[in-house]
Each structure stands twice: as structure tokens, then as C-alpha cells.
Design a protein around this ligand. Structure first.
Ligand SMILES: Cc1cc2nc3c(=O)[nH]c(=O)nc-3n(C[C@H](O)[C@H](O)[C@H](O)COP(=O)(O)O)c2cc1C
Ligand code: SF4
Length: 422
């Protein structure tokens, strides 16, 4: 079953003629033949939740858009800089029309006259693929005035980001799209009220909108047959790290994590065992092997003490030093913190410094108290979610693998073989 990754079964799906021969733009045709309210209701009925990380219900998000202001914008977030996450990249490179068609359906549903696709700067192949697909779709009349002879007219632009993790945060993204430095805005007001150029705006992830053509052409009930009562539909999981077959896998939500890890990704590398998995990009707590039977659904992962997040499943095995892994991730957040607020800027700096100190054998028992203390001062005190997002992995590593942290301190060295674990 591949709906989002169907380019793997259909050669040259990035070409408009091939995409249309396989039902392409039929979802858009069906959408514009109905009232925009019907499209919003159908998407709400499908139970689709945002695939950008927070899992917010898409229909509900759309219902917040201020319809009293004449100008409205639809923005697709293809910034994808979350560590371990590479699903949007595959979609925009190989199935770009499905993302574009989804953006157009969303624009119609929201009565937006302009749509943008915001692409991570480093994803050049995806950006170029989207540009080519956009031009083909515009030449065929799917973008522009009076689409399918309806009253719906829309422009769509593909924007290449300068490349910074923080530009994936929706308000920093809007600043960047406006040509400014990518710093988050204070919320409220939320983009649904004051977004791009001050107008009501919806920001949706690229995978979220890629679901819309199928939902429109097959219906909400079809979509709801997949998944669980709180997590309907299908989802792409990016598996990386210490497994036999890393890659993107499309699954109905609710499939067990163990199926993804052992059957699809081929299990651990020969001679090794799994130590932990970060199931939803770098911003969520780790899971230990005891929890690997957990269903991959928003609610189940919360019950298991983690989150589904972006669906970036990073696998750590017995060669990986957990102190090193925590230091490495904190270093990422330190580098990507925009520096606008003190708890995040200073907290990520000091937590990285302490973790590297422990990793290098110079840590003290007091450092093990300092880390949660700093985390406590960061948590909930930042302007945007990046600061908080730096904490869950480190705190969960300290909880589940505390003995490893203590061993570094007592032995004044990393107990793992550095040639294997790096
Ligand atoms: C630091 C940071 C980076 C983010 N990066 C992305 C990203 O690359 N892609 C994305 O879709 N959402 C990203 N988000 C979430 C967006 O702010 C936003 O919630 C999302 O695009 C909404 O789409 P959805 O409702 O379809 O999930 C990021 C959030 C934060 C705090
Ligand atoms: S939390 Fe971090 S990234 Fe977000 S605004 Fe503050 S300093 Fe910038």
C-alpha cells in the first residue's frame, strides 16, 4: 500500500502526463466542483492530523482561519530540517505534483488567493523538481485563473529558504518568506489571524497536504479506514541509524514500531542489538526495547512516554554512547537556536558544554544535578518551541541510561569504543 510514496511503483510520476494518467489533479477537480466549506468539512471528517510534528487536526486548524479579511494565504512547509526526518524531501523530489495538488486543494478550501511552498535551502533537487512541476501545472491550467472553469483563481510560488532549522517554525518561516531574518514571532496573534504580510494564513506540512488529493478523490471514509480512532490515515516514517535497511516507509498509523524496525527496516546490524529509538525526530523522548511493541499512533506514543512528532525514527544500538548522543543532539540545538531569548540561547550552550565535559571524562557528580536544573529553567520559558524541544532526549537518556553517565564520571573516560560509537 503506497499512496504518498506511489512514485516508487509508478515510473516518472514527477511528469504531469504520468501523474494525470494515474488520477492526478482529479482531487482538485472534485474539490473546486463543490463549495469550499464542503472541502473543509470533508478534510475534518477524514481525521487528518498535521504531519509537521505537533499532530494538530488539519480541519480544526483550517476552521480558525479568519475569513472576514479578503486576502488569505496558504503556505506549505517543506523546510524539513528536523534531524532524522527526510520524508518531505522524497515527496518533493519524486512526487512533486501530489504536494502541489494538495497545496491547491488547501488554498481552495481556505479561499486563499495565493499559495507558497517553502523549501529547505539545502534541498536543491526538491526545489527544482517542484519548480518544474509548478510550471507544467500552470501551463496545463491547474494554477492561474478560473481553474477547471470555476471561480477559483490562485497563484503558487516555490520559495527556497536560506537554510536554518528555526525557519521551519511557522512564524519564523513567515518572517523568512517576507524577506526578513528568520526569527519566531510572539504568539498570539496566531498566523490564522495575522500571518504572511499581516494577513490570515495557514501553514501546513508538505506531507499533510500530500494526503489531500487522495482524500478528495477517494473520500474521507476511505481515509478513515486506516489508522486508529485518534490517529486516522497513513504516515511516512523515516528510519535512520543502526538498522539494516534505513529509508522511508509508508504505513497505516497504529502499526507496531517493531514491524517498522524489524520487518521493514530489517532489524539491527549483524552482531548488534538495539539500545534505544527516538521515534519522532530529535525533539522527543527515547524509547527502550521493552516499548518497541507500541503502535505508531499519536496517542499510543504519548502513553508510552514519547511522541510521534515528525515520524523520524532514529535507531541507536549497543555501539552508541548515550552521553555522546545527548551531547551531539544538544550541539545541534545550540547551533540552531536563533538566540532571541535567553533561556534557549544560554541553556543550549551550557547543557552542551556540560554533556561534552562528561563525555570527555571531566564531568563531576554535580554536573548530573546541573543538567536537569538548567533544563528546568529552559522548559516553558522560551519564545518558541525550539528551546523546549532540546530537552526531552537528554532527560530521557539520563533517566534510562543514568548508569552510563555515572560510569563516564567515575572512570574519567567514555566506556564505549570511540571508533565504533562515532
Ligand atoms: C524549531 C521548529 C522547526 C520546525 N520545523 C518544521 C518543518 O521543517 N516542517 C514542518 O512542517 N513543520 C515544522 N515545524 C512545525 C511548524 O511550526 C508547524 O507547526 C507545521 O508546519 C504545521 O503543519 P501541520 O499542521 O501540517 O503539521 C517546526 C517547529 C519548530 C518549533
Ligand atoms: S526558543 Fe530559541 S529558537 Fe526559539 S525564539 Fe527563543 S532563542 Fe530563538
Amino acid at each position: 500500500m503506497q499512496f504518498l510514496l506511489r512514485h516508487r511503483d509508478i515510473a516518472n510520476l514527477e511528469k504531469l502526463s504520468v501523474y494525470c494518467a494515474h488520477g492526478g489533479y482529479e482531487g482538485l477537480r472534485r474539490a473546486v466542483s463543490r463549495e469550499s466549506q464542503w472541502v473543509r468539512d470533508e478534510v475534518a471528517r477524514s481525521g487528518l492530523r498535521g504531519r509537521g510534528g505537533a499532530g494538530f487536526a488539519t480541519g480544526r486548524k483550517w476552521s480558525f482561519l479568519d475569513q472576514s479579511v479578503e486576502t488569505r494565504y496558504m503556505v506549505v512547509n517543506a523546510d524539513e530540517a528536523e534531524p532524522g526526518t527526510f520524508k518531505d524531501r522524497e515527496l518533493i523530489e519524486h512526487n512533486p505534483h501530489q504536494v502541489i495538488e494538495g497545496a491547491l486543494i488547501a488554498a481552495y478550501a481556505l479561499n486563499a488567493q495565493e499559495a507558497y511552498i517553502f523549501v529547505r535551502g539545502e534541498l536543491l533537487a526538491g526545489y527544482e523538481s517542484l519548480q518544474r512541476a509548478r510550471d507544467q501545472a500552470a501551463d496545463a491550467g491547474y494554477i492561474g485563473p478560473h481553474i477547471f472553469d470555476s471561480s477559483f483563481s490562485v497563484t503558487l510560488r516555490v520559495f527556497r529558504s536560506a537554510g536554518a532549522y528555526i525557519c521551519g517554525e511557522e512564524t519564523a518561516l513567515l518572517e523568512s518568506l517576507e524577506g526578513k531574518r528568520g526569527h519566531p514571532r510572539i504568539k498570539p496573534p496566531f498566523p490564522a489571524q495575522v500571518g504572511l504580510y499581516g494577513a490570515p494564513t495557514v501553514v501546513n506540512n508538505a506531507e499533510t497536504v500530500a494526503n489531500l488529493p487522495q482524500i478528495m478523490s477517494r473520500g474521507a471514509n476511505w481515509y478513515r479506514q486506516y489508522g486508529t480512532p485518534d490517529s486516522f490515515g497513513i504516515k511516512i516514517f523515516s528510519v535512520s541509524g543502526r538498522v539494516v535497511r534505513p529509508g522511508n516507509y509508508e504505513l497505516p498509523l497504529g502499526a507496531p514500531l517493531s514491524t517498522l524496525l524489524y520487518e521493514l527496516a530489517g532489524g539491527p546490524l549483524p552482531g548488534h542489538t538495539f539500545k534505544a529509538v527516538i521515534p519522532g525526530g530529535s525533539s522527543v523522548p527515547l524509547l527502550v526495547p521493552d516499548s518497541f511493541s507500541v503502535p505508531l499512533a499519536y496517542e499510543s506514543l504519548i502513553q508510552a512516554g514519547s511522541m510521534l512528532g515528525s515520524g523520524g525514527v532514529m535507531v541507536l544500538d549497543d555501539t552508541v554512547c548515550m552521553v555522546w548522543a545527548a551531547a551531539r543532539l544538544l550541539k545541534f540545538y545550540r547551533a540552531e537556536s536563533c538566540g532571541k531569548c535567553t533561556p534557549c540561547r544560554e541553556g543550549t550552550y551550557w547543557m552542551t558544554a556540560i554533556l561534552e565535559k562528561i563525555e570527555n571524562g571531566a564531568g563531576t557528580p554535580a554536573d548530573l544535578e546541573r543538567l536537569p536544573d538548567i533544563a528546568d529553567n529552559v522548559n516553558g520559558n522560551c519564545l518558541c518551541p525550539l528551546g523546549d524541544a532540546s530537552l526531552p532526549f537528554m532527560l530521557s537518556a539520563m533517566k534510562h541510561f543514568r548508569s552510563e553517565f555515572i560510569q563516564h564520571i567515575e572512570e574519567h573516560r567514555c566506556p564505549m569504543d570511540p571508533y565504533i560509537s562515532r
